[in-house]
Design a protein around this ligand. Structure first.
Ligand code: D5M
Ligand code: FE
Ligand code: ZN
Length: 594
């Protein structure tokens, strides 16, 4: 190979590049590698190349000059053009197959696959098992590669040099975990056991939501309800309070009563008004703001506010989220139900294989390598005595043994991944939300392998990105109360939680809420990521830039679910990048075969 093409890049840089490509399952001809090495800062560029290739439908794992030209990044395009022009003006004629790759004009006439198969120096990540394959890099240094059948480790040996090992090389391993638990109810759930606790909870809910509502410009002119009754003539005004009652009248209008600390106000939203759509989604106990004409009615009777504007606290449109500068991501799971007969062990093992870089598709190996955090949002174990006759659905009917098994499974997760484990309704803690972390007496083995047990709901900040974690207990109540919401489309319900700025806007119903003196369910802080679980149906989406993920489960349909018509979606994994706040996947583990 001609020396002029060899100067760029040092051999360490080359090794890292090859290493990254091999890990992503990409083959490269030495001539293409040469082009990359001539770019400014090739190590930076390689991630962009790998990423862009993952979006190219025509890309067949053999990286050629032609593929590089398809990269859409403008800066990259310019840099590539500069190199190719320089290359084409070189006086030396390029004759070999690999050299032909340089020549854009005649490249079209060449069957790339043929070149690749004839070319002994193609560096191939699809390595023949138990077979060292000879490959030459472009400095005529020879390497051999081998993949071990059992460990799946790929070994690279420079011939004649000291042995070195090339394994799945996850970028997440190179970064330290950087996290802070911003909110966790564990150890802070005080109740006196008296009726006052319920009153204190409602008062705190009102105060917290009122504070949030006051941030809206529409709230500047809000009047206290008892002051409204002083008007003896029609008056245009606005008021805010918690919904005490909502019903449709015979004529189809909405009759709502709202309450603040001073009184109760009657409100009517006409069925033909634009606000009807909002009224349809209003549930009891949430805070709303109404604006309209107050009609005092007859003396001695309570008047009515005819609303022409109804608002909820909501989150700002185009909310500005904070991203991390590190190329890391979070994997979201929940509802594994270890100990249940329906626990899908096969899918779980695929999940572990995926995280360990043993499942690929090249792109998925790259995605797996970025996973630095795993959030387990409740129902890790099936627990005991959670519902009547649960005993007959269990393979492990001792809670301690369930945790032993769980720690066995979690210990197979690569150790550079930080795991957060938040309590669901199957954990051995109280059923009412908020829930504390699973106590050490059950979770000791998990704690020993570095799992961080937290309560529910909780907020965890990883690097600069906040994730609100909530098991999703009240999703069912919302789907039962609002006609166009369904439990199997949890993301739409998560949007409603954000609009209400509350995780269980309706007090009570099927959701058990503990009477604590602070309302932990108010969404005071807007997170970048909102993660729920519980309904066993995977879904992802965005609302005003906030990423929403309801992780699915690792449990197939139980008789209990069948009786409710719930179709779970086991083994669908959602991952989100902290630097882009974009989802990768979801990855359906049922469709991979390892
Ligand atoms: O919940 C498993 C599934 O069952 C999930 O989709 C929620 C649903 N679920 C839980 N409790 C009820 C009740 N009481 N009625 C209807 N549907 C319910 P898990 O928490 O895993 O047992
Ligand atoms: Fe569950
Ligand atoms: Zn649950």
């Amino acid at each position: 190979m001609n020396e002029k093409t060899l100067n760029a890049g040092n051999s360490e840089e080359k090794r890292i590049l090859i290493d990254k490509l091999v890990n992503s399952g990409i083959n490269i001809t030495p001539s293409t590698l040469d082009i990359i090495l001539k770019l400014d800062n090739p190590l930076n560029k390689i991630s962009l190349i790998i990423k862009e290739m993952s979006f190219l439908p025509t890309f067949n794992s053999h990286l050629t000059e032609k593929d590089l030209k398809k990269i859409s990044n403008e800066k990259f395009k310019k840099a590539l053009r500069r190199i190719l022009i320089r290359e084409e003006t070189l006086p030396i004629e390029k004759k070999s197959g690999e050299e032909l790759n340089f020549n854009a004009n005649i490249e079209k006439n060449i069957n790339e696959k043929e070149i690749l198969s004839q070319n002994s120096s193609v560096i191939n990540s699809h390595i023949k098992k138990n077979n060292y394959i000879k490959a030459e890099d472009h400095e005529s240094q020879t390497f051999s590669y081998k993949q071990d059948d059992k460990t799946n480790r790929i070994e690279i040996r420079p011939t004649g040099a000291a042995k070195s090992t090339l394994t799945f090389n996850p970028i997440a391993k190179k970064y330290n975990a950087d996290y802070k638990i911003l909110s966790d109810p564990t150890g802070k759930l005080y109740t006196s056991g008296s009726y006052d606790d319920f009153y204190n909870l409602t008062l705190d809910k009102f105060n917290r939501l009122y504070k949030l509502m006051r941030k809206r410009p529409e709230a500047l002119s809000v009047v206290k309800i008892n002051n409204i009754f002083r008007n003896s003539q029609n008056q245009y005004l606005s008021a805010t309070g918690l919904v005490n009652e909502i019903r449709q009248t015979k004529k189809g209008n909405y009759f709502i009563t709202i309450e603040d600390q001073t009184g109760l106000l009657n409100v009517i939203v006409r069925k033909d008004s634009e606000n009807r759509k909002i009224a349809e989604k209003i549930v009891k106990d949430q805070m709303i703001l109404v604006e309209g004409t107050y009609n005092p009615g007859e003396p001695g009777k309570r008047g009515i506010l005819f609303a022409d504007n109804v608002l909820r606290i909501d989150v700002p449109v185009n909310y500005e989220t904070t991203k991390s500068s590190e190329p890391l991501s979070i994997a979201f799971i929940s509802d594994t139900h270890i100990g249940s007969k329906e626990f899908e062990e096969k899918l779980w093992k695929r999940f572990i294989n995926f995280l360990s870089g043993k499942i690929g598709n090249n792109n998925w190996r790259e995605i797996a390598g970025r996973v630095k955090y795993l959030i387990i949002n409740g129902d890790l174990v099936d627990g005991i005595g959670v519902y009547p006759n649960q005993q007959q659905d269990l393979t492990i009917s001792d809670i301690y043994l369930q945790y032993e098994k769980a720690s066995e499974y979690l210990s197979e997760i690569p150790d550079y991944i930080k795991i957060f484990y938040s309590s669901g309704n199957h954990e051995p803690v109280r059923n009412a939300i908020p829930r504390p972390a699973v106590p050490k007496k059950y979770a000791e083995a998990l704690i020993n392998i570095g799992v961080k047990c937290i309560g529910n709901p909780a907020i965890v900040k990883t690097h600069d990105v906040k994730t609100l974690i909530y098991h999703g207990d009240s999703i069912l109540d919302m789907s039962l109360s609002i006609s166009d919401l369904e439990q199997n489309k949890p993301v739409k319900i998560m949007e409603e939680f954000l609009k209400c700025r509350h995780l269980a806007p309706i007090y009570g119903k099927k959701t058990q809420i503990a009477p604590t003196n602070k309302d932990w369910l108010v969404i005071d802080q807007i997170p970048e990521i909102f993660h729920t679980g519980h309904v066993h149906i995977n879904g992802i989406g965005y609302y005003n830039n906030i990423a929403l993920v309801n992780s699915g489960c690792f449990q197939s349909q139980t008789d209990f679910m069948r009786s409710f018509g719930i179709q779970p979606t086991p083994g669908i994994l959602s991952i989100l990048e902290l630097d882009t706040l974009k989802f990768k996947g979801p990855l359906d583990l049922k469709k991979v075969n390892k």
